[in-house]
Every structure is written in C-alpha cells, then in structure tokens.
Design a protein around this ligand. Structure first.
Ligand SMILES: [Zn+2]
Length: 213
C-alpha cells in the first residue's frame, strides 16, 4: 500500500471516529498531509499525541508505524467518551521516514502544544521510553517501563523538543528489531497483539496522568 493510500485510510478512520475538529494540514505535493484531530477539553491547554502514518520504501510499515496509528485511533475513541481537561490534539504526521518532514512542517506552522507524546513502532516488544524524553514528565510514566536510547534513532518528537516542548517518546524497539525495520520483514507478524494492547493501556494511563496536571 502506497503512502498516499495509508494517508487516505487513516483519514477515513479518523472521520468515522468523530473528532470535534478534523483537518488536513497540507505539507507538499510529494508528502501529502498531516492529519489533525482535536478532542476539545475544558481548557485551551493542549496535549499533542503524534504518530507518523508514512512507511519506509520496501517495508510494509506495520510496526513502523501503523501500530502507532492504531494506538492513536484508540486514544481518540477513549477521549471521545471520557472528555479530557486539556484539549487533546492527535496528529498523524507524514514524511517521518524522509527526515521528519511532516513534524518539522507542523512545528513551523502551527501553535505549539503544552506537551507532546510520540508513538512510533509499538507492539513488537514491551513498551519503552526513549531517553530523550523530558525529565520533568518521567514521573508520569508507569513504573516498569524501561528508559532506553538506541543510537541515531530520532522521531517526530525531535522538532518539538528543539522548540522547547516537553516530550515523552514511546517505542518498542531493541537492537534485534532494528534489523527488521525498513525491510519487508516489518509485516503483520512482527506485532504481538498482547504487547500492543498492554502498550496502549500504559500510554493511556500516562496521558490521563498528564491530563490531570
Ligand atoms: Zn517510525
């Protein structure tokens, strides 16, 4: 499935879930759009949850990063029925694999959120927190989630962190999985459904705590 078809599919799912506000942010002819879904809270303060919808070339792009898209859609569903305090802005970014194109565009052209939570490559192994996450937010992450840093790994959290936004970056990577990403081995078989469900619950718990601040 081409990246444009992935974007269309993600848009259709978001449309069906009923965001309070749903927009496409045009990035470029080549990269298409960032998809922006708002669930309005009681305050204007904003938590942005981001996941990229594009995949890398020959990969099927299931772990990286349809898994993050699926968890984001589940969070939309949760906050539709459990209204948040903060406004929750869910953004599916384009062009991550070509140099964080969509997230850089977003940071350059949109109001910055108060917090950013990034979801990239989940359900392949137990959930982990990237060591580049902001120290002040780590106390919100459930205990037992290890902090790791894999060399040279960036993500859509980077433009936000560089702009001064506190970030939490979640993934489920390890050295062995890194070998399989961006190859045809990133397929449905890489996802462990129980891990993905548990990761969703851990991420939800974190966002609910963040929303309570
Ligand atoms: Zn990714």
């Amino acid at each position: 499935m081409a990246n444009s078809e992935r974007e269309d599919l993600a848009w259709r799912y978001l449309s069906e879930l009923g965001c309070d506000k749903l927009d496409k942010q045009f990035v470029s002819q080549r990269f298409g759009n960032n998809l922006v879904c708002d669930i309005r809270g009681k305050s204007e303060k904003q938590i942005l949850i981001g996941a990229h919808h594009d995949k890398f070339g020959v990969s099927h792009g299931i772990a990286d990063n349809w898994s993050g898209v699926v968890v984001t859609l589940s969070l939309v569903n949760y906050f539709k029925t459990n209204p948040p305090n903060h406004t929750i802005r869910l953004v599916l970014f384009t062009g991550e694999e070509k140099g964080l194109v969509g997230s850089r565009h977003f940071v350059a052209h949109s109001p910055l959120p108060d917090y950013m939570v990034n979801l990239d490559t989940l359900g392949t192994a137990p959930l982990k927190l990237d060591r580049n996450s902001s120290g002040e937010l780590r106390c919100l992450v459930p205990s037992g989630i290890p902090e790791v840093h894999l060399r040279d790994i960036t993500g859509d959290w980077l433009p936000f962190r560089n702009a001064g936004v506190p970030v939490l970056a979640f993934h489920a990577l390890n050295a062995e999985l890194l070998q399989k990403l961006h190859t045809p081995r990133d397929s449905r078989s890489l996802i462990n459904d129980d891990e993905l469900k548990q990761s969703y619950e851990q991420i939800l718990r974190t966002v609910v705590r963040l929303d309570g601040r």
